[in-house]
Design a protein around this ligand. Structure first.
Ligand SMILES: *[C@@H]1O[C@H](CO)[C@@H](O)[C@H](O)[C@H]1NC(C)=O
Ligand SMILES: *[C@@H]1O[C@H](CO)[C@@H](O)[C@H](O)[C@H]1NC(C)=O
Ligand SMILES: *[C@@H]1O[C@H](CO)[C@@H](O)[C@H](O)[C@H]1NC(C)=O
Ligand SMILES: *[C@@H]1O[C@H](CO)[C@@H](O)[C@H](O)[C@H]1NC(C)=O
Ligand SMILES: *[C@@H]1O[C@H](CO)[C@@H](O)[C@H](O)[C@H]1NC(C)=O
Ligand SMILES: *[C@@H]1O[C@H](CO)[C@@H](O)[C@H](O)[C@H]1NC(C)=O
Ligand SMILES: *[C@@H]1O[C@H](CO)[C@@H](O)[C@H](O)[C@H]1NC(C)=O
Ligand SMILES: *[C@@H]1O[C@H](CO)[C@@H](O)[C@H](O)[C@H]1NC(C)=O
Ligand SMILES: *[C@@H]1O[C@H](CO)[C@@H](O)[C@H](O)[C@H]1NC(C)=O
Ligand SMILES: *[C@@H]1O[C@H](CO)[C@@H](O)[C@H](O)[C@H]1NC(C)=O
Ligand SMILES: *[C@@H]1O[C@H](CO)[C@@H](O)[C@H](O)[C@H]1NC(C)=O
Length: 595
C-alpha cells in the first residue's frame, strides 16, 4: 500500500486532525512533474547562469535557513558596466520522494524576499517541479555580494519521509529585446528597476524564515529603517502567506455561530482579513490578499499535478509610499509595520522597500499634501438556527495619499489610491455537514505622477479574485465518512500604464475549477479522486499567452497552449484611468517630451 499525505482542513467541524493518509491504488512508475500554469518567462541564448544553492531540506523546521554567498558573476559585471539591459530569472527546482506535507518556504537575497512558495507533496515514486520567476525588479541586489537564505521548515520521521532536494539558480539574459526593464531610460524612472531595495524583514541569524509571524489581530510587527536622503520614489512590496488556523481564513465562520453550536477547535473570527501596511504607526496601504490554496489544501488530489493558482509563486502586493517620502527623508530610522485584522495564528508577512535615487543630488525634499485612510468595519449579516445558517460579510475601503518630492528631476507630485471591495457568502446546510463559500475581492489601485507642466507616469491595476468552495460530508458511520468538494479559484488582473515613452496594457484571466471526492476512514483516505480544469488567458501590448489544461487523478487529460494570440485590445485614451478626473493634471496624458 502506498500512503500519500493530505491536509484536510475544511472539515473542521467534524475532524480534529488535519493530517490524513491516502491509500493510493497504484504507484506511479516514474517521478511526476508538478506545475503551476503561468506564462513562460522570456529567455534567450545570450545568458549566463549561476547555481546559488544546492541543499537537502530534511529536519529543517525551526532551524536556521540554509545560506550561501552570492557574488555577481563576471558575465553580469560586464553588462552592468555597459549599463545594458539585463533580465534576471530565479529558478527553483526540487525533487522529493516518499511522504511529506506541503511546506511553505521563502528565498531571500540580502534579506530581500525574492520568492514565497509552497512545496509540492511527494509520491512514493517521486516528484519534480520547477519554478521560474522574473526577478528583474531586484536587479540592484545582483550587482554586489549578498547572502542568500532559504527557509523551508520540514520534518522527517518514519512516517513523513520526504526530503526536499533543491537547487536554486539565477539566470541573467542580455538580449535587449527581452529586457522588460528599460534601464536605458532617463530618470525619473517609473518602469525601471529600483536603484536600491531594502529588506523589511527579520535579520539573520534566526531559527525561522525572515518573515514576521503575525499571530493575532493586535500583533503589529515592524522594523526601523533609515533610507537614503536622495530617494525620489518609494514602493513597499509586501509578501504574505497564511497558515494553521487562518490557512482557510475565508471559510472561518463568525464566533457567534461557533459558540452557539458548542463547536470546539473550529477557527473563527469570521471570514474577512486585511493586511495593513503602516509607516510610523499610520496605515499607508492595505492588502486584501488572494486566496492561495496550497498543494495540500481542501482536497489534495485536486492539485496533482496542476497546482493551485499562486501556490508555487505567491503574489506580492505593491503599495506606493512616495507621497510620504517627505516625512522620511530626514536620514533618521522610521518604523515600517504590518498588522492583520482579525488574524488567527499565523500569518507570515514581510516586505521589500524599492527606492529610486537621485544620482545628481545628495538629498531630496518633500511633503505630504493629503492622506485619507478612514476606519471601516466589515458588516456581517448572520442568519442561523443550530448548525445550519447563512453569513454575509461585506467590506469596502478607500485609501489615498498625495504628496510631492523635489529632486534634481524637478518637483514631482504623486497620487496613490486603493479601492477595495469584499463580499463573502457562507452557507452551512445539512446539519452543518456542508459548507459553501462564495467570495469576491476586488482591488483597484493606481499611481499618478506629474510635474508642474505635465503628467509623467500613470499606472492603474484592477484585480478580481473570485472564489467558490463547496465541501459536503455524507455517509457518516462510525469513523468513516465521504466528502465531496467543488472549488473555483480565479485570479484576474488588468494593468494599464503610460509614460512619456509609451503605453502598456495587460489583461490576465486565470481560472481553475476543480471537483473531487474522497472517503476517509479514521485518518486514512481509502479512495478518492480529484479533477482540475484551468484556462489561462493573457493578452498584452508585449504579447500574449493562452493555455487550456485539465488533469484528473494525476493524469493530464488535455493540454493546449498558444504563444501568440490575436491582437490585444488597444486603449488610446487617458480617460481609461478611473481617478483621472480627480487628479489635478495640467496638459494631456501623452505630455510632450521635456525640452
Ligand atoms: C538558441 O540556441 C538554439 C540551439 O543552439 C537555437 O536552436 C535557437 O534558435 C537559438 N535561439 C535564439 C533566440 O538565438
Ligand atoms: C541539482 O543540480 C545537480 C547538479 O547539477 C543535479 O544533479 C540535480 O539533479 C539537480 N536537482 C534538481 C532537483 O534539479
Ligand atoms: C497577540 O500576539 C502577540 C505577539 O505574539 C502577543 O504578545 C499578545 O499577547 C497576543 N495578544 C493576544 C490578545 O493574544
Ligand atoms: C452548548 O453548551 C451549553 C453549556 O454546556 C449548553 O447549555 C447548550 O445546550 C449547548 N448547546 C448546544 C447547541 O449543544
Ligand atoms: C439533522 O439532525 C437531526 C437531529 O439529529 C435529524 O433529525 C435530522 O434528520 C438531520 N437532518 C439532516 C438534513 O441530516
Ligand atoms: C457566487 O456569487 C456570484 C455573485 O453573487 C454569482 O454570480 C455566482 O454564480 C456565485 N457562484 C456560485 C458557484 O454559486
Ligand atoms: C460501527 O462500528 C461498530 C464497532 O466497531 C460495528 O459493530 C458496527 O457494525 C459499525 N457500523 C457500521 C455501520 O459500520
Ligand atoms: C459540484 O460540481 C459538480 C460537477 O461540476 C456539479 O454537478 C455540482 O452541482 C456542484 N455542486 C455544488 C454544490 O457546487
Ligand atoms: C467520487 O467520484 C467518482 C467519479 O465522479 C464517482 O465514481 C464516485 O462514486 C465518487 N465517490 C464518492 C464517495 O462520492
Ligand atoms: C479547453 O479545451 C477543452 C477540451 O478540448 C474544450 O472543451 C474547451 O472548450 C476549451 N476551453 C477553452 C476556453 O478554450
Ligand atoms: C484514479 O487513479 C487510480 C490510480 O492511478 C486508478 O486506479 C483509478 O481507477 C483512477 N480513477 C479514476 C476515476 O480515473
Amino acid at each position: 500500500l502506498l500512503l500519500l499525505l493530505l491536509h484536510l482542513h475544511l472539515h473542521k467541524l467534524k475532524l480534529s486532525t488535519s493530517e490524513l493518509h491516502l491509500r493510493s491504488p497504484k504507484a506511479a512508475p516514474s517521478p511526476t512533474t508538478f506545475f503551476e500554469v503561468t506564462r513562460p518567462v522570456p529567455s534567450s541564448n545570450s545568458s549566463c547562469s549561476l547555481l546559488l544553492l544546492q541543499h537537502d531540506f530534511a529536519s529543517t523546521y525551526s532551524k536556521p535557513p540554509a545560506t550561501a554567498s552570492y557574488a555577481p558573476p563576471r558575465c553580469l559585471r560586464r553588462h552592468l558596466r555597459r549599463r545594458s539591459p539585463v533580465r534576471a530569472v530565479l529558478e527553483w527546482s526540487a525533487a522529493c520522494r516518499g511522504r511529506q506535507f506541503d511546506r511553505i518556504f521563502g528565498v531571500w537575497l540580502g534579506g530581500v524576499e525574492l520568492l514565497r512558495s509552497c512545496t509540492a507533496e511527494p509520491r512514493p515514486a517521486g516528484i519534480l517541479w520547477t519554478v521560474r520567476k522574473d526577478v528583474t525588479k531586484y536587479s540592484s541586489l545582483f550587482a554586489s555580494p549578498q547572502t542568500l537564505a532559504v527557509y523551508l521548515g520540514n520534518l522527517v520521521d518514519s512516517t513523513y519521509t520526504g526530503i526536499y532536494h533543491v537547487n536554486v539558480s539565477l539566470h541573467f539574459y542580455f538580449d535587449s529585446a527581452l529586457a522588460g526593464a528599460s534601464s536605458h531610460r532617463r530618470p525619473p524612472a517609473f518602469t525601471s528597476p529600483a536603484d536600491l531595495v531594502l529588506p523589511i524583514s527579520r535579520n539573520l541569524p534566526l531559527d525561522d524564515g525572515l518573515w514576521f509571524p503575525i499571530q493575532n489581530s493586535t500583533d503589529v510587527q515592524s522594523k526601523h529603517l533609515a533610507i537614503p536622503r536622495n530617494a525620489y520614489r518609494a514602493v513597499v512590496e509586501v509578501y504574505i502567506s497564511f497558515h494553521q488556523d487562518d490557512e482557510f481564513w475565508y471559510t472561518n465562520p463568525p464566533d457567534s455561530y461557533i459558540s452557539a453550536n458548542n463547536f470546539t477547535g473550529v477557527p473563527g473570527n469570521g471570514a474577512f482579513r486585511e493586511v495593513t501596511v503602516r509607516l510610523d504607526g499610520e496605515v499607508v496601504g492595505a492588502v486584501w490578499p488572494f486566496t492561495v490554496i496550497y498543494t495540500g489544501g481542501i482536497n489534495p488530489l485536486l492539485w496533482r499535478p496542476i497546482t493551485g493558482i499562486g501556490s508555487f509563486d505567491l503574489p506580492s502586493y505593491d503599495i506606493e509610499i512616495t507621497p510620504f517620502l517627505g516625512k522620511i527623508l530626514d536620514g533618521q530610522p522610521h518604523e515600517f509595520g504590518f498588522g492583520v485584522t482579525d488574524a488567527l495564528d499565523v500569518w507570515y508577512v514581510d516586505a521589500n522597500l524599492h527606492l529610486w535615487l537621485d544620482s545628481q543630488s545628495s538629498y531630496s525634499v518633500g511633503n505630504l499634501i493629503k492622506h485619507e485612510a478612514p476606519d471601516f468595519t466589515p458588516t456581517v449579516v448572520s442568519q442561523f438556527k443550530g448548525p445550519d445558517g447563512k453569513f454575509m460579510t461585506s467590506a469596502n475601503r478607500r485609501i489615498s495619499s498625495t504628496g510631492w518630492v523635489k529632486s534634481s528631476y524637478g518637483k514631482i507630485t504623486t497620487h496613490f489610491f486603493q479601492r477595495l471591495n469584499y463580499e463573502n457568502l457562507m452557507v452551512f446546510a445539512a446539519n452543518g455537514s456542508s459548507q459553501a463559500v462564495n467570495q469576491t475581492i476586488d482591488s483597484n489601485y493606481g499611481t499618478f505622477t506629474k510635474n508642474p507642466s505635465s503628467v509623467l507616469y500613470s499606472e492603474e491595476v484592477f484585480q478580481t479574485f473570485p472564489l467558490y468552495v463547496y465541501t459536503g460530508n455524507t455517509d457518516q458511520t462510525n469513523d468513516t465518512y465521504s466528502t465531496v468538494v467543488n472549488v473555483s479559484l480565479e485570479f484576474d488582473e488588468k494593468r494599464i500604464s503610460g509614460e512619456r515613452f509609451g503605453f502598456s496594457f495587460s489583461n490576465l484571466r486565470n481560472l481553475q475549477t476543480a471537483e473531487g471526492n474522497m472517503t476517509v476512514k479514521g485518518n486514512l483516505v481509502t479512495s478518492g479522486i480529484g479533477s482540475t480544469q484551468q484556462v489561462y488567458r493573457y493578452e498584452s501590448t508585449d504579447g500574449c499567452y493562452f493555455r487550456n489544461v485539465s488533469s484528473s487523478n494525476y493524469t493530464i487529460l488535455f493540454d493546449e497552449s498558444e504563444k501568440s494570440c490575436t491582437e490585444s485590445a488597444s486603449v488610446s485614451s487617458g480617460n481609461f484611468f478611473t481617478e483621472w478626473s480627480t487628479f489635478p493634471a495640467r496638459g494631456t496624458y501623452y505630455a510632450s517630451e521635456e525640452n
